[in-house]
Write a protein that binds this ligand. Structure first.
Ligand SMILES: [Zn+2]
Ligand SMILES: [Zn+2]
Length: 221
């Protein structure tokens, strides 16, 4: 990302501000689209994810940790992320207790790193104007921290920057995110929430056509 900054052609340009806001909106939109899919695309069946999901009490025991390791060894990293999204609904506060590293590794590997490398390749081939790079970086940074921001919605103690960003409406509030947890049928975005009105329409449009069915919400077997 530092290279992204260095390679861009910087000049004072009014387009930098709308580009930053557009990048932040697109990151919010991406967080919502991915969350929607991860909630409703079914987990692989018969590998023990259902047992893990409905484990009940005793999840802080070595037996549960061993079972989780065993089950996770059978599935792909993407299916582990799929499971983490679904298990977040019955146990929302556990995401807030995770380390920042755990919350952001997948968005870095699957999104921020490839996009940032592509931006560098592009800037080397054709000098990118500063406003394009600013928008792209807002998108990459928002995307990278989307699960961290989501975790912050389920935690009381957050760094002051989170509270300042909430006051500026750059981040959504826990009350806004509660609406998702109450129905699991709306408000999937987890950064600013700016894209939720649009995504709620997309969700209902897809549901009316038989996609995103309730069976996908909980793992089986
Ligand atoms: Zn959800
Ligand atoms: Zn949540």
């Amino acid at each position: 990302m530092l290279l992204n900054l260095v390679l861009a052609g910087w000049a004072l340009d009014w387009r930098i501000v709308p580009a930053l806001l557009a990048g932040w909106f697109l990151a919010d939109l991406a967080s919502g689209v991915i969350h929607m899919l991860m909630d409703y695309v079914p987990c692989p069946e018969g590998v023990g994810l259902g047992t893990l999901y409905f484990y009940g009490e005793g999840r802080d025991t070595p037996e549960y940790a061993a079972l989780r390791r065993q089950v996770f060894a059978r599935i792909s990293p993407l299916d582990r992320i799929l499971f983490d999204f679904k298990v977040h609904h019955p146990r929302p506060d556990s995401l807030g207790r995770r380390s920042m590293h755990y919350q952001i590794w997948s968005t870095i590997v699957f999104a921020a790193l490839p996009v940032s490398l592509l931006l560098n390749a592009w800037a080397l081939l054709w000098p990118a104007p500063g406003w394009v790079m600013a928008g792209a970086l807002a998108f990459v940074i928002g995307g990278t921290f989307s699960q961290y921001f989501h975790g912050a919605l389920h935690r009381r103690d957050n760094p002051p920057v989170v509270n300042v960003m909430r006051r500026l409406h750059l981040l959504m509030t826990p009350e806004m995110h509660d609406r998702h947890h109450r129905s699991l049928q709306r408000d999937f975005a987890t950064i600013s929430g700016w894209s939720n009105p649009l995504l709620n329409h997309v969700f209902h449009w897809l549901r009316a056509r038989g996609h995103l069915r309730d069976e996908g919400l909980e793992p089986v077997g």
